[in-house]
Design a protein around this ligand. Structure first.
Ligand code: SF4
Length: 219
């Protein structure tokens, strides 16, 4: 009998490319610093299970783009989707295309504004926005030059949503860029950062999905 799991994995298989120190990815903004460090120093091919989860998320992001584009939803207009992000500093560059990001025009009471929407597919809708998602969106708003953002959570099994509005805050996005500076320093000096996610109760969950858990424990 044909193995459909195998067909899916074949379809999703991507050529693996090692990362370069000095070129960082916006999606790393909220990750455990140590995990990101390992991903540069000890690169591993993408985990098959995680690749499938990301692909399922991408399908939902495309669905949200369709909802926004729909003729039936006249109060919102899709301006751009899958936006490229680029922030250059003197020491490094943060760049990448963000699949789950859409720029929309929202008109309410004859007033229109541009809003950056970050779509997050999830098993259960969170009561509050997650800190790592806030960090990512702050960075994206800064790169795109937009002041209004929405983190939109969509539940995978029933398409229920919960959204949180946030404003761009330069002090916060400065701090996120400083975080990349810290990562850059640890990498160039070949020093291992502390086990950030293990030490922070709000980030502990990241360790369950970390492909460097073994290396981290050894340290
Ligand atoms: S196991 Fe946890 S603390 Fe260690 S690198 Fe992974 S995410 Fe970070």
């Amino acid at each position: 009998m044909i193995d459909f799991n195998k067909l899916i994995d074949n379809h999703l298989a991507r050529e693996y490319r090692a990362k370069t120190i000095g070129r960082y990815y916006p999606s790393e903004a909220g990750s455990c610093l140590r995990k990101t460090w390992f991903s540069y120093k000890n690169p591993k091919p993408n985990d098959v299970k995680l690749t499938r989860i990301f692909e399922a998320g991408n399908m939902l992001h495309e669905f949200i783009s369709e909802v926004i584009k729909s003729e039936k939803n006249k109060e919102v207009e899709l301006l751009r989707s899958e936006l490229p992000i680029e922030i250059k500093t003197k020491d490094f560059i943060i760049s990448g295309r963000i699949d789950n990001l859409v720029l929309v025009k929202i008109c309410e009471k004859s007033e229109c504004k541009q809003v950056l929407v970050e779509v997050k597919s999830t098993k259960f809708l969170p009561k509050e926005k997650k800190p790592e998602h806030k960090m990512q969106l702050q960075l994206y708003m800064r790169a795109i030059g937009v002041n209004d953002g929405i983190i939109l959570y969509i539940q995978k099994d029933n398409l229920e949503t919960r959204s949180f509005e946030i404003k761009h805050n330069k002090k916060v996005s400065d701090k996120i860029i400083e975080r990349f500076q810290v990562l850059h320093q640890f990498l160039t000096e070949n020093k291992l950062p502390e086990a950030e996610a293990k030490l922070d109760s709000e980030k502990n969950w990241m360790c369950d999905y970390c492909s460097y858990a073994e290396e981290c424990a050894k340290e």
